[in-house]
Design a protein around this ligand. Structure first.
Ligand code: PLP
Length: 395
């Protein structure tokens, strides 16, 4: 068999990520590759740091993109901040909190789990009770935007509790960065990791991270070596330290970084707060359409994520068949439920560049058509108008 060039189908990505990549980002990635110690590349990396500091709303010097996906950003936080024997309170209200627990244990730490139902935010009272019961805890960790359920937890309140009990706070902002308010310095977050494939309209494969001065001190004071060579921040810090003295650590993913640079320039052009407002407005329009169709959202107000809408599958409907039909007929990707929510919800993403009125109206019309085709109990002919009315009011 002769294998030819791969030409992917043209989809609209409205699942849990990756979301549609902006054409400007793709064009930037096609620019000529240069050496990663080339002065021009180093200049671009210095700009990247400033752009990431803006996106995270921080002045943290250690603000960099890890050369690997969000999971590597997660691992960077845990392997550097957790030493063998350290106790870490991990809040779990979905899939990704579970991965944090794994990371703590694989770093030799002891995880104390604070659990909330999938679809509920992290409960600050439960966190406080766990910290009271574990005065030797050194860190807490939680997910701001739980992509598996579409719920947002209160970063400011949770970090404030952590600090009151002498702990540093690690926050997962993979799905929130660029989509929901996130203020690293104002809220005192000590370590944060994100991804590029969600609200930044960039390709997958990089993980922006940021560490406070307190977190850097903790890393420098470690008694044991970081168990991962690649993710050891004490080595990576030298590479990103600036001042033109960079030494080789690993070959940077050069063209992927051009893409992230462009995505962050676009975020700066739009304005971070405007991006947050756009995500919220578009969520309200989609919600109006979904509810007009007679469908229900999983998460209660005010904990709904604007960029990830979890919609309950109506009784008797084969959720996988609906997603397959949307993909085959409309080239539209939406997400399935994970874990205990598998088969029970669809996850419709409105992330980054994909969070726009055209996608909302298209998705509602396509979903209605497919659901009507399988005789699902829905209201027909109301969804697009309901969403349109919200968009008209807010434009
Ligand atoms: C909340 C959250 N954390 C972590 C990750 C892992 O990111 P990646 O798939 O880029 O490794 C994801 C990915 O969807 C996520 O949604």
């Amino acid at each position: 068999m002769e294998i030819k060039s791969f030409n992917p189908p043209l989809r609209t990505l409205m699942g849990p990520g990756p979301s549609d990549v902006h054409p400007r980002v793709l064009a930037a990635m096609a620019r000529p590759t240069i050496g990663h110690l080339d002065p021009a590349f180093i200049g671009m990396m210095d700009e990247m740091k400033v752009l990431l500091q803006y996106a995270f709303q921080t002045r943290n010097a250690l603000t960099i993109p890890v050369s690997a996906p969000g999971s590597a950003g997660m691992e960077t936080c845990f392997v550097n901040l957790v030493e063998p024997g350290d106790k870490v309170v991990v809040c779990q209200n979905g899939v990704f909190g579970g991965r944090m627990k794994e990371n703590v244990e694989r770093s030799g730490g002891i995880a104390v789990l604070v659990e909330d139902a999938w679809g509920d935010p992290v409960d600050p009272f439960k966190l406080e009770a766990a910290l009271k019961a574990n005065p030797d805890a050194k860190l807490i960790a939680f997910v701001q935007a739980e992509t598996s359920t579409g719920v947002e937890s209160d970063v400011k309140a949770l970090v404030e509790i952590a600090h009151r009990y002498g702990c540093l706070a690690i926050v997962d902002a993979v799905t929130s960065l660029g989509g929901s308010p996130l203020k690293i310095d104002e809220w005192g977050v000590d370590a944060v990791y994100s991804g590029t494939q969600k609200c930044l309209s960039c390709t997958p494969g990089l993980s922006p991270v940021s560490f406070s001065a307190r977190a850097v001190e903790r890393i420098k004071a470690r008694k044991t070596k970081v168990q991962s060579w690649f993710l050891d921040l004490t080595l990576i810090m030298n590479y990103w330290s600036g001042g033109g003295k960079r030494s080789y650590h690993h070959t940077a993913p050069i063209n992927a970084l051009y893409g992230l640079h462009e995505a962050l320039v676009m975020l700066q052009e739009e304005g971070l707060e405007n991006a947050w407002i756009r995500h919220k407005r578009n969520h309200l329009a989609l919600r109006a359409g979904v509810e007009a169709m007679g469908l229900q959202l999983l998460v209660k107000e005010p904990h709904r994520l604007p960029q990830l809408n979890a919609i309950k599958v109506p009784e008797g409907v084969d959720e996988a068949a609906v997603r397959q039909r949307l993909l085959e007929v409309f080239n539209l990707e939406i997400g399935a439920g994970l874990g205990s929510l598998a088969g029970k919800i669809w996850r419709i993403g409105l992330m980054g560049h994909a969070s726009n009125p055209k996608n909302i109206l298209f998705c509602l019309a396509a979903l209605e058509k497919v659901l009507a085709g399988v005789k699902a109990p829905i209201v027909r002919g109301a969804a697009v108008d309901a969403a349109g009315a919200v968009l008209a009011k807010s434009s």
